[in-house]
Write a protein that binds this ligand. Structure first.
Ligand SMILES: Cc1cc2nc3c(=O)[nH]c(=O)nc-3n(C[C@H](O)[C@H](O)[C@H](O)COP(=O)(O)OP(=O)(O)OC[C@H]3O[C@@H](n4cnc5c(N)ncnc54)[C@H](O)[C@@H]3O)c2cc1C
Length: 475
């Protein structure tokens, strides 16, 4: 299923200096011949990300160190060919695909966790470790790495930092940038720099880690990251409730905070989402269920017991019915099944999904959803809304048939209008998926000209030859 907006599928490889025999020979010297892939079949997996549009690289390079990445970038500047960094390749905005050709630098071989420090609460890792592997490595030591994009089994730490990934736990724990203490980065011109360090506090010089988080592989290639850890919470509990309307369900979000509870996750599903999971998996939700809320709390066992009861009371007071509170880890897993079932279930509504991730201040979510429904009606396009009500980040999915050009056009127009609605409500066009090439045509809706110009100046200062990930964000 493709979700792209305004660019054609590119089946042919672009031709740049990266394909010259002498350049390929030097690349083989840098990373070893076995780590330079040029054969069509071996290059194919690196031609697309979750957008599912193909931009085949001229070569895929699999370096094992910052020194090798540095040598690649120096050569790229000398011979002027594009370089695009790649993590797990599950980005939603085409960030990791080489739209202007050149080489893809895969971080697959840079997959070692170098140090886990339980006393100072940090982990030092290479960029090619998956988010899941990192979480699994620290948990047995009683440690916790909170960022958890739903793609965590496939996404890499480097890709998470470059996209500043969020996830279900963001309501309480924030996003990836809140956990980045230090970075080793190879600049587009090949110098190796170190930003930040290993301490929670560090105000020496500009906040370069802040700049690099969310820089979408355009300002440097991350070769090592020092990430903050927390003690692993002792217990978690989840409350699930249905409501007649999305407005009622979302109104609970500020009510939790007024009741002095900060949930880890507050996920909301609209009527169409419920219908999708119901037809596919028969959870048993009644016809009067117009919205569903999943709320988790974590902490010490006795606090979690108390907080989950407060959550139960708040949702009941807010009009929730069929309220269930988990009493064990197994029960909790079962309550979350509905959320896990959702993405595959909504495929029944169309072969094409325009999956947007607009974000608004939390209290504006009900208004956002109501206006999105009206946009869907106006453009005669089926829409499914669900997502992270706890942080205002809603996944708006316009569904249509990819073989119906008129329906595709209407859906694209609906997307543009939803972006305008999100901005009008004090929010913006992406909460976690980034810009890449997919959302580049909409950047100026969200940022004014001087702000875009400042970003372009930073890019030009660090990458004067436009080597690293060209064709993204500013096209
Ligand atoms: C099913 C599914 C669920 C998802 N759920 C979430 C979610 O809950 N929250 C969320 O935030 N996102 C989500 N995403 C989006 C995506 O998974 C995240 O953006 C993730 O961080 C991408 O990681 P990746 O390793 O796959 O990066 P890639 O797709 O490989 O690359 C993404 C960008 O990072 C750059 N990059 C990669 N590695 C490096 C590096 N070492 N140095 C510099 N730049 C680099 C690339 O050039 C590119 O611009 C989801 C995607 C899918 C398919």
């Amino acid at each position: 299923m493709s979700r792209h907006h305004e660019q054609p599928d590119r089946k042919q490889r672009a031709r740049t200096a990266a394909s010259d025999a002498d350049v390929l020979a030097r690349l083989r010297e840098i990373v070893g011949a076995e780590n330079v892939l040029v054969d069509g079949e071996r290059v194919e997996p690196y031609a697309q990300d979750a957008v599912k549009e193909k931009f085949p690289p001229e070569a895929v390079l699999l370096p094992a160190s910052a020194a090798e990445v540095s040598a690649i970038l120096k050569l790229a500047n000398e011979r002027r060919f594009p370089v695009t960094a790649r993590g797990g390749g599950v980005g939603y905005t085409g960030g990791a695909v080489p739209v202007e050709g050149g080489v893809v630098v895969g971080t697959d071989r840079m997959n070692r966790i170098r140090e886990i420090n339980a006393d100072d609460l940090y982990v030092v890792t290479e960029p090619g470790v998956t988010t899941y592997a990192l979480q699994q490595a620290v948990e047995p030591r009683g440690l916790f790495y909170p960022p958890d994009p739903a793609s965590y089994k496939n996404s890499f730490v480097g890709g998470n930092i470059a996209e500043n990934a969020g996830g279900i736990r963001s309501a309480k724990y924030g996003v990836t940038k809140h956990y980045v203490l230090g970075l080793e980065v190879v600049l587009p011109t090949g110098e190796i720099v170190r930003a930040g360090g290993r301490t929670t506090k560090n105000v020496v010089g500009f906040d370069l880690t802040g700049l690099l988080c969310g820089s979408e592989g355009m300002l440097g290639i991350i070769t090592e990251a020092t990430l903050k850890l927390l003690p692993l919470p002792e217990a978690t509990r989840t409350v699930r409730a249905t409501f007649r309307t999305m407005r009622e369900a979302c109104a609970c979000v500020p009510a939790f905070n007024r009741a002095k509870v900060v949930p880890v996750a507050v996920e909301v599903l609209d009527r169409n989402s419920i219908e999708a999971v119901e037809t596919e998996f028969a959870f048993g939700f009644g016809a009067e269920a117009g919205a569903l809320l999943l709320v988790s709390v974590d902490g010490h066992a006795e606090d979690v017991e108390r907080d989950s009861k407060i959550v139960e009371r708040v949702v009941k007071d807010g009009g929730g019915f069929d309220v269930v509170r988990s009493r064990s880890r197994e029960e909790e897993e079962k309550l979350w099944d509905v959320r896990r079932a959702l993405s595959p279930a909504i495929k029944k509504f169309g072969t094409m999904k325009f999956n947007e991730d607009v974000v608004v201040p939390r209290s504006r979510v009900p208004e956002l959803v109501e206006r999105v429904v009206r946009v869907g009606e106006r453009y005669d396009t089926f829409v499914v809304n669900f997502g992270h009500a706890g942080d205002g980040n809603i996944h708006v999915n316009f569904m249509c048939d990819r073989d119906d050009p008129a329906a595709m056009k209407r859906a694209r127009e609906a997307v543009r209008e939803v972006f305008a609605v999100a901005i009008d409500l004090g929010g913006t066009i992406s909460g976690e998926h980034g810009i890449g090439y997919v959302k580049a045509p909409y950047l100026s809706m969200a940022l004014d000209a001087p702000t875009v110009e400042m970003m372009k100046r930073i890019k030009r200062a660090l990458d004067p030859n436009g080597i690293l990930n060209p064709g993204k964000m500013f096209t």
